[in-house]
Design a binder for this molecule. Sequence first.
Ligand SMILES: [Zn+2]
Length: 154
Amino acid sequence: MTKRLARVAQTFRWEMGHRIPYHQSGCQNFHGHSYKMIVEVEGEIQDNGMVIDFFDLRDLIQPIVDEMDHAFMCSQDDELARDFLKQSGLKVCFVDFHSTVENIAHYFAQRIRPVLETFPNLHVLRILLYETPEEFAEVSLALRPESGNPDYSG
Ligand SMILES: [Zn+2]
């Protein structure tokens, strides 16, 4: 039987505070965003008619979103925010990168990639992360070394 490819996507939303300490135009201040993330998975449709069960995808990603929701994402390099937040008792998501939308998208991709790689039918993971309705970053990862250009004709 011909392999049939499809791309499925699921959307996640959360609120999170952050700052970019080295930024000079406002982002160095404490502020927050309503993040929207679209996770797309591309692969072969299995016998059950699905690329991946949406419940499985949500079970994988929602716990990471919950770590961030209504938290402040703080780089371990940001001494000013780190020292204040550590003794504050507030919800903090400490990370080893600065919380640009590009870096957060990569962080999600790296955390969910090992699980998605255990599904032999999946080819590509793509994450679109919106920091505002107008601004987003996109990260694409091949889950199979041979999956170059997906073919939708099958
Ligand atoms: Zn910001």
